[in-house]
Write a protein that binds this ligand. Sequence first.
Ligand SMILES: Nc1nc2c(ncn2[C@@H]2O[C@H](COP(=O)(O)OP(=O)(O)OP(=O)(O)O)[C@@H](O)[C@H]2O)c(=O)[nH]1
Ligand SMILES: [Mg+2]
Length: 455
Amino acid sequence: MLEGLSSSLRTTLMKIRGAPIVDKKLIDELIRDLENALLGGDVNLDLVMGMTERVREKALKDDIPLAVSRRDYTIKVIYDELTTLLGRREDPLRINPNEKSVLMFVGIQGSGKTTSIGKVANYYQKRGFKVGVIGGDTFRPGALDQLQQYLKPIEVEVYGEKDEKKATSVIKNGLKYFKEKKNTNLILIDTTGRHKEEKALIKEMEQISKIAKPTEILLIVDATIGQQAQAQADAFNRATPIGSIILTKMDGSAKGGGAISAVAITGAKIRFYADGEKIGDFETFNPTRFVSSLLGMGDIEGLVNTVNETFAEEDTAELRDAYKKGKLTLRHFKTQLESASKQSALSKMVGKIPGISGLMGGQKQLMEEESQKNMQRFVAICSSMTDEELDNPRIIKGKRIQRIARGAGAHPQEVKMLLNQFNVMNKQLKMMRKMRGRRGGPQGGIPPGLEGLMS
Ligand SMILES: Nc1nc2c(ncn2[C@@H]2O[C@H](COP(=O)(O)OP(=O)(O)OP(=O)(O)O)[C@@H](O)[C@H]2O)c(=O)[nH]1
Ligand SMILES: [Mg+2]
């Protein structure tokens, strides 16, 4: 589904994953890719521009916690913005099983009303509802037949009158029939598509809704119309408040993303989407899950949550300042080691996500349990130092090394290794600052030099 959009978004993310440094140049490139991908998916130009501008602004933001890599942060930003574009929250249709609910299906000719009736009937029947369907399309010959054929395999009862031409009459009788049936608690009404043009259709819809007093009106929208879905949802909504939207033909459409985003800005609630002709080709619509599947990352929500959590634990201003000035002491180094071991847990989790491990393959960030242990040892060594030593590592020599090693239950060689690594980190930090000039701030994530410690 949405293969084009999905694969261009995946390629874009792969680029971030593979880049040695996430800097302004990469973000610019990323923004171009995102724009191309979304415009290619028929998402409205203004929406795309607004979205990519926010991505640019946030991704280049300086003050992200040091324990979050700019890579992960940028992915989180893209994920968040895509989710917002598609409606943000899941808003499921709630139907009370203790009442007789009536759902009326409307939409233009061929949008997928009849098929969606079958899918919704199947969906709720599986959830314990007793469903009855009314064949309210008296206009198209064969409409009733189609409905009965489609519902036969799942044994849902259809009320229809083969020779009656007045839809309102059939619907009245149908409602009476099912309301008298004790068990039935969900009644679905199929209606005619009749006109490609909306006006006459909307009029009939108003008449039927007066008679049926539906609990909910569902507008069926063919996703292949892309961003035109907005005008259609608006037009129907003006006539009778449309409670729910079902997007169909998401399988065959390159424009599905455009349709979803267009509907999302009207405030209408996309409850389900269909991605095939079969009765089971039907899903509840959840923006976050949808974006995850577009991006091809099994549980990207997990990654995003972890980034959010790390984000909540603010770095001290002191550490940020030291990092920016390129003047890190061992005390800072210790803090970094501690947050890096947290990040290690994140990387391990990310490694479990199908699809993403391939993207990350070969990267040093994917640390093993071994390196986590190493880090904990180094933290222990730092803990056995005095304040004076932490603030001024140069004084750590000879006897001090022996003492620190003893205190941490480590070998003096390990203490030397740590000091060595600390020096390497400081040097690399200075080099990075030179390369990047004053703009950009720290990259975040594993500090340079630390990677060596952990591999
Ligand atoms: N590929 C695909 N085809 C679909 C989907 N939903 C419906 N269709 C097909 O679209 C065509 C029209 O679907 P219907 O359910 O008959 O549409 P309708 O709105 O009831 O049409 P009218 O009653 O003529 O107004 C049928 O051939 C369906 O099989 C979908 O999600 N994917
Ligand atoms: Mg139909």
